[in-house]
Design a protein around this ligand. Structure first.
Ligand code: SF4
Ligand code: SF4
Ligand code: SF4
Length: 267
């Protein structure tokens, strides 16, 4: 795990989306074609995608006290799980830990989608068209999986999203310091938000993104006690895949077929 982490303090987030824009600019990612608005909330675009590495998620406004409505907003990106399901399932070993962050090596990726299925946070996405005029060190290619790389690929000292946050809702720094800061902040906001909680301390042995929430994680769609993938099943899939891969001639389409067969055989 990296010594550093992100701290998302939803009690300070104004929903301005500066983090979304900064990530697009720094990583040269194209804009999404969106609807106005994307969903019943104000989230736009509606979800993360292969070309949107972070987004600001709006939840229904809590109007249980009509005189004091509570806006529920959360910055979302890859959580950089210490024990990452995506990394464990990848048959190509294309997902690695780089300086403690979970990063996809697109040169090895075959677009099989195992990481997409295994991530309980629905973070990685396989790109379905060629956009290689976009991206920087990682040109956006069809049939490759993309997600936040914590600004390790297109490197900078403070990740672009954390650098621009105007309200202090998103910060970056030493993980232990941020955990202490989060605990202190939680005690302070409990007066206004009695059900406030912290997410990311223990999940998957610790996340690289610690989030202070105004309510319980479930209200924000975050899984409580998320489970690691079955090590035994993954071993079976990878063993079969290693055998079938001998007949794929290195072709991504055949490799994807080999992965599908291996997964189906494992049940
Ligand atoms: S949040 Fe998903 S994509 Fe990110 S490290 Fe965890 S399992 Fe992998
Ligand atoms: S799409 Fe498949 S090969 Fe590519 S990173 Fe995800 S699991 Fe690995
Ligand atoms: S850390 Fe970098 S790549 Fe990840 S969401 Fe922020 S700006 Fe984008």
């Amino acid at each position: 795990m990296s010594n550093n982490a992100f701290l998302v303090d939803t009690t300070k987030c104004s929903g301005c989306r500066a983090c979304q824009v900064a990530c697009k600019q720094w990583n040269n990612l194209p804009a999404e074609k969106t609807k106005f608005f994307a969903g019943t909330e104000y989230t736009n675009p509606a979800e993360l995608s292969a070309i949107t590495f972070n987004h600001v998620k709006f939840f229904p406004v809590d109007i249980s006290k009509p005189e004091k409505p509570v806006w529920m907003i959360m910055h979302k990106k890859c959580y950089h799980c210490e024990k990452a399901n995506c990394l464990n399932v990848c048959p190509q070993k294309a997902i690695i830990k780089l300086e403690g962050w979970t990063v996809i090596d697109q040169a090895l990726c075959i677009g099989c989608g195992a990481c997409v299925d295994a991530c309980v946070y629905k973070v990685p996405h396989v790109l379905d068209k060629d956009l290689s005029q976009y991206g920087t060190e990682q040109p956006l290619k069809s049939g490759k999986s993309y997600k936040c790389h914590a600004c390790t690929v297109n490197k900078r000292d403070v990740p672009a999203c954390a650098n621009v946050c105007p309200t202090g809702a998103l910060s970056f720094g030493n993980r232990q310091d941020l955990l202490k800061k989060a605990e202190a902040r939680l005690s302070k906001v409990k007066g206004d938000f009695p059900l406030a909680s912290i997410y990311g301390v223990k999940e998957f042995d610790g996340l690289g993104v610690i989030t202070i929430l105004k309510n319980s994680p479930a209200v924000y769609g975050l899984p409580v006690n998320p489970k690691p993938v079955s090590a035994e099943r993954i071993r079976t899939i990878h063993t079969v895949y290693a055998i079938l891969d001998n007949f794929t001639l290195g072709m991504p389409s055949l490799k994807r077929a080999a992965y599908r067969i291996s997964r189906n055989l494992a049940g």
